[in-house]
Ligand binder design. Sequence first.
Ligand SMILES: [Fe+2]
Ligand SMILES: [Fe+2]
Length: 257
Amino acid sequence: MKLLFIGDIVGRSGRKAVKYHLSHNQYDFIIGNVENAAAGFGLTDKVYHELKDTGLNAMTAGNHTWDKKETISLIDNWDLFIRPANFSHQLPGSGFKIFNILNKKICVVNLIGRVFLNPSNCPFETFDKIYNEIPDDAFILVDFHGEATSEKQAFGYFAKGRANVICGTHTHVQTNDLKMIDTNTLYLTDTGMCGAEYSILGMEVASIIERFVTQIPSYRFTVETKGNVLFNGFSFTIDNDNIIRDYKLISEIYPET
Ligand SMILES: [Fe+2]
Ligand SMILES: [Fe+2]
């Protein structure tokens, strides 16, 4: 069984990169981080269904989870959507979901870091709690949405041997450390993004430079929608005993079409 994890999908260019990749490659189960999928900020119902139709089987989120007003009322209708588990317990949505595919249980968990991000509950303690609720025969993938590489590495070593895949999202720049950190735990600090190649983290270059130069906080970021598109993710296979094999980082540039 072949799985794909896709890093932060940023706006139209990101969605274009995902469509291009999936029209040229076959997978049995596809997880993507969608926190920036709708014009760079959050998710709309329209984009949720577009990504579902494109082939995504599970979608994770992060600090941009609630950016679109409609999310709070629609989140419980979005069967494939998982938001960080360590947000307030009062919020709707789920922090982990179990998907049954080809006689396997794939559990997708989303956590958010606490370094250089808004306050949240402890991701480490939250994982301990969730782990006790997950059936023993489930294959567990954790998307740890974090800014600090140290926090992501710390979580990797904390959860190794329990989670089978621990991958980072949020920084939008792919790290080259995809590796096994335990007998059956695959780890990657950051998956990188899907979005415009000529951009700063998926946003228009000029608007971000302007923000840094002027330091005016109200200056609006605009998602870049032109030019070639970048696809970042990683794939791996799992056998009948949930053993991970053939893991591979993917970073491709596709032409603007
Ligand atoms: Fe993020
Ligand atoms: Fe992001």
